[in-house]
Design a protein around this ligand. Sequence first.
Ligand code: NDP
Ligand code: GUE
Length: 282
Amino acid sequence: MSALVLDGKALAKKTEEELSTRVAALKEKSGGQTPILATILVGDDPASATYVRMKGNACRRVGMDSMQVELPSSITTEELLAKIEELNANPNVHGILLQHPVPEQVDERACFDAIELDKDVDGVTCLGFGRMAMGEEAYGCATPKGIMRLLEAYEIDIAGKHAVVVGRSPILGKPMAAMLLNANATVTICHSRTRDLAEHIGRADIVIGAVGRPEFIKAEWIRDDAVVVDAGYHPGGIGDIELEPLKDRVAAYTPVPGGVGPMTINTLIYQSVDSGERKIGG
Ligand SMILES: NC(=O)C1=CN([C@@H]2O[C@H](COP(=O)(O)OP(=O)(O)OC[C@H]3O[C@@H](n4cnc5c(N)ncnc54)[C@H](OP(=O)(O)O)[C@@H]3O)[C@@H](O)[C@H]2O)C=CC1
Ligand SMILES: Nc1nc(=O)c2c([nH]1)NC[C@@H]1CN(c3ccc(C(=O)N[C@@H](CCC(=O)O)C(=O)O)cc3)C=[N+]21
């Protein structure tokens, strides 16, 4: 039997149609105002520049504006904090994205946490994470929230299932685990100090690959009928999971590309529209 393909690209496209309608309605009501997402790119890493450009393009597709801030790689923490404060104070800015990673002399955590909670549409602040983890209202961290939206759209059962998250980074693995826990999964979090990784993965009903190493998670570790979510992305369209041998024996999987990536961007835009509606009045 061939597996269900969790098509993030298609879901993102469909959602963009709904978002376009909401943005147009907001514009109509407010005499021309649209939600605005400010993106901050520090330095000249070409991959980061591409992602930020894709985020700006997605804003345009739904009729939103974006404000693209580009800063030199020599910037200090203080300078970046000052820029974030300026965007916090700008009433025309409804969401702020600080692209990760920033240069190593910059305190990324301090800069993420400087983002005002109601503009944290990428879900990267400690406060937003804490609220989300406690089940309070907050914008979700974009990649894990995008994965949750994808699983929900395909009516994948989570409650009572054993989910194994491989990776515990602040903007992916850790919030992913909290979201799955809130959805009543039994959650195992694996990381670089985990022993017997293959055995943990072998017990998973749902596997989330977020390791950052190409095809590090082997197909043979994953059991038949698992739901496989590959959050990894490497040049050439390779994920963190060896997907090819799984395609005819698991229950469902996210393709790379076209799975998690488009949902990350879509979630950022979705939450920016939510923020715009709250501030402009939807
Ligand atoms: N599609 C999308 O929208 C996005 C995709 N990504 C992709 O997701 C992947 C992960 O990204 P990110 O979370 O930022 O990466 P990080 O490098 O920040 O985190 C990687 C995690 O994997 C763990 N890890 C590393 N080696 C091993 C190992 N040998 N065994 C078990 N765990 C290990 C690390 O453990 P430890 O904590 O112990 O160091 C860490 O928690 C990357 O491929 C990235 O490109 C990321 C963000 C968005
Ligand atoms: N503050 C912050 N928030 C992020 O969400 C964030 C970040 N920093 N830093 C980097 C990672 C990476 N990331 C991706 C987004 C979309 C695709 C994506 O759409 N990929 C396409 C393919 C893209 C291509 O063709 O190159 C796909 O998977 O189909 C990938 C990766 C967001 N990130």
